[in-house]
Design a protein around this ligand. Structure first.
Ligand SMILES: C[S@@+](CC[C@H](N)C(=O)[O-])C[C@H]1O[C@@H](n2cnc3c(N)ncnc32)[C@H](O)[C@@H]1O
Length: 353
């Protein structure tokens, strides 16, 4: 395409590299989110992530009543739904673009509840829509602040492979940069997450009543500012940082930190009441600290009674749950809850970060 039509916006390149049915990273035969895959997510680290979210989902169900559905978008291997539904069997759907992930999810929910697009989920929709580590994979543009102002970085062909080339920012990119890039120095890189905003708007548009929960790495525009010198665009492969995003397209996960200020804004514009918290605070608010201390007590009891195998099992469960709360690791993720109805928590929660 580049040879015949010229350079592509980075977001188009990212869309092809991740999602092309013929060679995209998420289209192949490998299941990406699991211990043997490319990334370990919160539900893959500990079943207590799903168990804790089950308490949140039950609270929402009690608040809005029935009919009530749970939808997980980007459900991956099903690790979150499996642990969540073990607590309470909510009427659930999974949305996944990856064929091997859909296959794994069908074992859990049945084929009619596992779909490739939100278009195929039940309507009208009342309930909770969860998306853990989806938004960071949605195609984004990239821009760099130069001596002549913002330049978009498109993808062109060089002598030795793909290279970034300059382009004047498209109007929508320039408008997003004005609103969410913050004050940056010359040379700074910013990922322009228009598609993430479109996804939040269209997903909230499908909710009659209930909430959308977006969990991901990222921060407010202001807190992301110190990381702008090199930007946050990166790749992962086999649990490690991978090569430059333009190298080996289709063979690496391309991702960047989510700009939650932009997401909170679009969710509010869609009529939602929005809260934004750290993952450690959100999980603590829904009982994970108490659960961890219960496990610690159990470990002591088992040590006293000499049940060593069981003590080790409980210890692993407790240590994995603590990983979900690590303040510089998974605990530092953000949880955005966007509610479509009048009873939401007040928006001032955003300022607490
Ligand atoms: C990092 S994994 C997270 C999987 C799971 N949520 C978890 O926490 O383990 C990202 C997943 O999102 C899926 N995905 C990416 N873009 C998607 C989209 N637009 N709609 C549905 N699923 C998508 C991928 O196939 C992949 O399984």
């Amino acid at each position: 395409m580049i040879a015949s039509d010229g350079p592509l916006p980075f977001e188009r390149f990212m869309e092809i590299a991740l999602y092309d049915p013929d060679g995209g990273f998420f289209a192949g035969t490998d299941l990406r989110s699991q211990k043997a895959g490319d990334f370990l997510t919160s539900p893959e680290v500990s079943p207590l992530f799903g168990e804790t979210l089950a308490r949140f989902v039950a609270g929402e169900r009690d608040r809005i009543g029935g009919p009530f559905n749970l939808v997980e978008v980007a459900a991956g291997s099903g690790s979150l739904l499996r642990s969540l539904l073990a607590v309470e069997p909510f009427d659930s759907w999974a949305v996944e673009v990856s064929p091997p992930a859909r296959h794994a999810l069908a074992d859990l929910l049945g084929t009619d509840r596992v779909v490739a697009s939100m278009d195929d989920v039940v309507t009208p929709l009342r309930g909770v829509i969860l998306a853990n580590e989806l938004i960071d994979n949605l195609p984004m543009a990239v821009a760099q602040m130069t001596g002549e102002g913002w330049k978009e970085r498109w993808v062109g062909a060089g002598d030795d492979g793909l290279v970034f080339v300059d382009a004047d920012p498209r109007d929508e990119v320039a408008a997003w940069l004005d609103a969410y890039a913050g004050t940056v120095e010359q040379g700074s890189w910013v990922e322009v997450q228009l598609e993430a905003g479109n996804w939040v708007t269209s997903t909230l548009g499908r909710l009659d009543q209930g909430c959308l929960v977006v969990i991901d790495y990222g921060d407010t525009a202001e807190n992301l500012a110190p990381r702008r010198r090199d930007g946050t665009l990166r790749t992962y492969r086999s649990h490690h940082l991978g090569p430059h995003p333009l190298d080996e397209p289709g063979a690496t996960d391309i991702t960047a930190d989510v700009n939650f200020t932009a997401l909170v804004d679009v969710a509010r514009q869609a009529g939602a009441d929005v809260s934004l918290r750290r993952q450690d605070d959100f999980l603590a608010q829904h009982g994970l600290r108490e659960r961890i201390s219960e496990l610690r007590h159990r470990e002591l009891e088992l040590a006293r009674s000499g049940e060593e195998m069981e003590r080790l099992r409980v210890r692993t469960l407790r240590a994995d749950a603590e990983t979900l709360m690590h303040p510089r690791g998974l605990g530092d993720f953000r949880v955005m809850v966007a509610r479509i109805d009048g009873n939401a928590s007040p928006s001032r929660d955003v300022e607490e970060i």
